[in-house]
Design a protein around this ligand. Structure first.
Ligand SMILES: NC(=O)c1ccc[n+]([C@@H]2O[C@H](COP(=O)([O-])OP(=O)(O)OC[C@H]3O[C@@H](n4cnc5c(N)ncnc54)[C@H](OP(=O)(O)O)[C@@H]3O)[C@@H](O)[C@H]2O)c1
Length: 305
């Protein structure tokens, strides 16, 4: 099968190559998915799991692209819950090969059915950004209606989901990010926007929840904005500063079939709009993933026409 592989950690996305690889086999409780589309998170090649397995052994050449949509073509020993020919979407394990390939093997529990009226490209854009927003807001951030959320990177893949879900559940959402992204964040439903390049973050005042998709100095300064009893949720790494009288949580998203169902239902009925920046083919994937200009939003590679 054809697949994008990486072997050289120092080379970053420039080291990606389109090559022939053996087709994967379904292990116990796995399915093999014929990949129709795969999403790529811009930081994947910085994740240790892209390079080593759970015992920290080299696992290159590895295939990135950790969210996908496709069709089940094989079931592993004892696999239940999904069937041959079923449309699915979800997250591939961090320490196994991903979706930038014609086929991939995934634990069935990491996938959910993809309804027939949702395009594979849209399906592949949702799992990581949708689940991260859902889990950050509702599980880790314990968001309640009437609270305020500061959503960093509000025009990005995760941030646009945070903004929309936050609004749907009755929060007041202050988006933050680049000057150029103001209108996009407002279009996703942010009540207001802070241009982090030229406006003072501190003017936001106190918020109940900070959802930090940027980190660094922005994350540190944001900790001071958390109201007593509130939460700083970071998805970029353990927080360098904690709220004085609140919680700081860093988490890595987990696949969850029921939550994937909640997300895709919202896409079907129009409550949630996906944020796709660039779509390309497997043939053009290396060039698309090495852009000469900025791609705002999720990059999706359409693997199967
Ligand atoms: N822990 C988890 O489970 C998890 C899950 C998903 C993602 N993540 C991480 O979360 C981060 C965001 O992911 P994503 O897919 O949403 O990426 P994304 O689509 O690139 O969104 C990030 C947004 O933040 C903006 N931004 C970045 N640095 C900024 C700065 N210093 N000032 C103002 N705006 C800035 C970006 O603008 P530009 O594009 O112009 O830089 C972009 O609009 C990544 O680091 C990713 O690895 C973690």
């Amino acid at each position: 099968m054809r697949a994008i592989v990486v072997t050289d950690r120092a080379a970053g996305t420039a080291g990606m190559k389109l090559v022939e690889r053996p087709e994967p086999r379904a292990s116990t409780n796995d399915v093999v998915v014929q990949v129709y589309a795969s999403g790529f998170v811009g930081t994947e090649l910085q994740w240790p799991e892209t390079w080593t397995d759970r015992l920290e052994r080299d696992r290159t050449p590895s295939i990135p692209g950790h969210e996908l949509a496709g069709v089940v073509t094989a079931l592993g020993y004892g696999t239940t819950g999904l069937s041959l020919g079923q449309r699915v979407f979800g997250i591939t394990d961090w320490t196994r090969d991903g979706g930038l390939a014609e086929y991939t093997a995934v634990e069935a529990r990491n996938l959910a059915p993809l309804p027939g009226d949702v395009d594979f490209t849209v399906g592949a854009s949702l799992p990581i950004s949708g689940l991260t927003a859902w889990q950050g807001l509702f599980e880790h951030g314990r968001l309640r209606a009437g609270q305020s959320v500061l959503a960093h990177g509000a025009a990005g893949a995760v941030g646009s989901m945070v903004t929309q879900l936050g609004r749907e559940f009755g929060a007041y959402v202050i988006g933050a990010g680049r000057a150029a992204d103001r209108q996009k964040a407002l279009d996703f439903g942010a009540n207001e926007y802070v241009d982090l390049e030229s406006e003072a973050l501190e003017d936001v005042g106190e918020v109940d929840l900070v959802f930090d998709a940027i980190g660094g100095d922005i994350g540190k300064r944001s900790a001071r904005l958390v109201r007593a009893g509130g939460t700083l949720v970071s998805i970029v790494g353990p927080s360098e500063a904690r709220p004085a009288d609140g919680q700081a949580v860093f988490f890595v998203v987990e696949s969850d079939r029921a939550q994937l169902g909640e997300i895709v239902r919202r896409v079907q009925d129009g409550r949630l709009r996906t944020n796709i920046g660039a779509v390309s083919t497997l043939d053009d994937a290396v060039a698309t993933l090495n852009p000469t200009e900025r791609h705002a939003g999720k990059t999706v590679i359409r693997v199967h026409p």
